[in-house]
Design a protein around this ligand. Structure first.
Ligand code: ADP
Ligand code: MG
Length: 256
């Protein structure tokens, strides 16, 4: 696959925290419209990889392109090429991010939370942003909560608002970092259903999760990471049901 055809392309991404190499020459290609699920033990570097894709974390080596646009580059032995803050912000608008902790603005209503970014970035008028926010809230099943405050919602509802908010700028790519890990078990299903509803809609999804059942059902590709590396990747039927690598088998035997 060529660089231009990939929604996200990571090449030779390395990152150290002190003496600890948390990303070790990671290569990852995500096809447009695909759902990619990243699994792996705690400390594998999954969050760091997502953060690097969104330019929240600077790489020490390697590069990331999103929709063919270079957003991070540093090659060994060459001068560090930095993007302007403006270019980074423009790229981030292309990428939605849903965190484990929903991080909604507590003093804003649900509708205002979803409409805030398009208004703040000048991409929509207040009226347009509110209309779009209502559509997105309907999409995640929360239209009737538009005027509520986050504190009045369950964790699952708050996370569905966070998903609607991540879609407000019409990003081509949405990254999810353990979107259901902070939820009570009975609330996990509604959030996974909201994510599943996005799949197939043309938006590219990259999801870090321990929900193996969800990965099996919703993923086009599953990526197993351990110790800063991608150990193996492929269709869910291969990686989850016929893993080649002993490390993958060991991990799956613990979480399945
Ligand atoms: P995962 O999401 O797979 O659990 P992370 O990407 O969060 O893994 O972390 C990978 C490794 O990097 C872990 O050992 C973690 O302790 C370390 N790490 C993450 N962020 C920092 C940081 N800001 N400073 C130092 N070490 C960090
Ligand atoms: Mg993590």
């Amino acid at each position: 696959m060529s660089t231009l055809a990939a929604a996200v392309e990571v090449r030779g991404a390395s990152k150290w925290f002190g003496a600890h190499k948390v990303l070790d020459e990671v290569d990852l290609t995500v096809c447009p419209g695909h759902v990619t699920v990243i699994i792996g033990p705690s400390g594998a570097g999954k969050s760091t990889l997502l953060r690097a894709i969104n330019h929240l974390e600077k790489l020490d080596a390697g590069r990331v392109t999103v929709n063919g646009v270079l957003i991070g580059v540093r090659e060994h032995g060459t001068r560090l090429k930095e993007l302007s803050e403006r270019a980074i912000l423009a790229q981030r608008a292309e990428i939605g991010f849903v965190f484990q902790a929903f991080n909604l603005f507590p003093h804003l209503t649900v509708l205002e939370n979803v409409a805030a970014a398009p208004v703040a970035t000048g991409r929509a008028t207040k009226t347009e942003a509110r209309e779009r926010a209502l559509e997105l809230l309907a999409q995640v099943g929360l239209a009737e909560k538009a005027e509520a405050y986050p504190g009045q919602l369950s964790g699952g509802q708050q996370q569905r608002v966070a998903i609607a908010r991540a879609l407000a700028l019409r990003p081509g790519v949405v990254l999810f970092d353990e979107p259901t890990s902070a939820l009570d078990p009975e609330l996990v299903g509604e959030v996974l259903a909201a994510i599943r509803a996005l799949a197939g809609g043309g938006t590219t999804l990259v999801i870090v999760t321990h929900e193996i059942g969800f990965a099996r059902e919703a993923a086009d590709r599953v990526v197993f990471m351990d110790a800063g590396r991608i150990v193996e990747e492929g269709p869910p039927g291969e990686v989850l049901d016929r893993p080649r690598h002993p490390r993958t088998r060991e991990f799956l035997s613990k979480v399945l």
